[in-house]
Ligand binder design. Structure first.
Ligand SMILES: Cc1ncc(COP(=O)(O)O)c(C=O)c1O
Length: 392
């Protein structure tokens, strides 16, 4: 098919040409002085995106899943009790990773269509009489459902319960697209991958480590080797790594950060919010439900649309891919077959979103969903123009 493919899954996202060009360079000496000073300049800028001045950034050549394993093995030991939530596919995966590492996870079931209620968090922690829960695991933006959790509210609930547990947050599909305030929310570890808001190819796992998590890792943690962040932090001081880093991807990261700062982080977040609003307006025009039922908690980076009962969302996705070269996400875990996930994060503008909506609309119609052609696009256009009027 001529023209660009439309990769509108909720990550990996499209890599901007400027980032691709930054990575298209000869391999550098990762123990040379030039690379060292490059890395020393890079890490504080990653910290800016996490919203921290007191946190330390560590980058591993891995994926988001690897970064979550790194967060756990550095701060917790096998047998430690942790609190997690059955709140979506990636929350479940976080639980599984911790269980596989020998941690004893108390997984509390909550409604997948709403954010984790802060009073549930507070109630569980209050009931933890012996203060045995050592960490709370939360996914900021649940990519399988399009529900964003309120991390500030969860932190307040932990404080109200007098909990000393570490707050470990997966920001894989939110960081660099949705505001994250590591310091203000007193997050202990935040982790992400390179392939979503950071507009890079998959391959980097990035962590932000707060002082309490650092102290926990100095005192203990699990047996670990490659994912031990202590030697990385030590060598990073001079801009080096205790292994061969993904050098070219780090040059891509430099370009991606430059792009984010040139646009301005508040503008990046506002753009994502505006695009998300347009996609939800389209869903309303199609008379299809958005899976997230609380407007204020709807993700700015993806929208999960519920397909009618008789329609398997996998068929709509196949039609979109085969007929229009448009890649969309499907349902994961218990919502498989029922959701269509439209990614709207990373390097993306209004016209690209409108083209995506056009493609979804046609794929829905071709799959037998009675949508009025043009209705979603018209609603999205109106939403975009209305937002412009408000901000003009
Ligand atoms: C919220 C969330 N957590 C974790 C992961 C796993 O990350 P990775 O696939 O990079 O290992 C993903 C991937 O999409 C995700 O969206």
């Amino acid at each position: 098919m001529p023209g660009r493919d439309f990769l509108q899954i909720p990550g990996p996202t499209n890599v901007p040409d400027r980032v691709l060009r930054a990575m298209d360079r000869p391999i550098v000496d990762h123990r040379g002085p030039e690379f060292g000073s490059f890395v020393r300049g890079l890490l504080p800028d990653v910290a800016r995106v996490f919203g921290t001045q007191r946190g330390h950034v560590v980058i591993f050549p891995t994926s988001g899943t690897g970064a979550s394993e790194a967060a756990l093995v550095n701060t917790l030991a096998p047998g430690d009790r942790v609190l997690a939530f059955d709140h979506g596919h990636f929350a479940n995966q976080f639980t599984r990773t911790a269980s596989n590492l020998g941690m004893r996870v108390e997984e509390v079931p909550v409604d997948w269509r709403r954010p984790i209620p802060a009073d549930v968090v507070q109630g569980v922690l209050r009931g933890d009489a012996g203060r045995a829960l050592r960490a709370v695991l939360v996914v900021h933006n649940e990519t399988s459902t399009g529900v964003r959790n309120d991390i500030a509210a969860i932190r307040r609930a932990m404080d109200a319960a007098g909990s000393e547990a570490l707050l470990i947050v997966d920001t894989v599909s939110s960081l660099a697209s949705t505001e994250f305030r590591f310091d203000e929310w007193r997050v202990d570890v935040a982790l992400t991958g390179s392939q979503k808001g950071l507009m890079l190819p998959p391959g980097l796992g990035l962590l932000c480590i707060g002082p309490r998590a650092l102290a926990a890792s100095e005192r203990g943690g699990s047996p670990r080797s490659f994912f031990d962040w202590r030697p990385v932090l030590r060598e990073n001081e001079a801009g080096f790594f205790p292994y061969t880093p993904a050098t070219l991807t780090l040059y891509g990261l430099r370009a991606a950060l430059d792009m984010l700062f040139e646009e301005g982080l508040p503008n990046v977040y506002a753009r994502h919010r505006r695009l998300a609003g347009a996609v939800r307006a389209a869903a309303r025009a199609w008379e299809l439900d958005v899976y997230c039922v609380e407007e204020a908690a709807c993700s700015d980076t993806l929208t999960a649309v519920v397909t009618p009962e008789r329609v398997d969302s996998a068929d709509v996705i196949r039609t979109a891919r085969e007929r229009f070269g448009l890649s969309l996400g499907g349902g994961l875990g218990k919502v498989k077959g029922t959701l269509l996930r439209i990614g709207h994060l990373g390097a993306l503008n209004e016209l690209e979103v409108l083209a995506t909506i056009g493609g979804v609309e046609m794929a829905l119609a071709e799959s037998g969903v009675p949508v009025r052609l043009g209705s979603g696009a018209a609603a999205a256009e109106q939403a975009l123009l209305a937002r412009e009027a408000v901000t003009a």
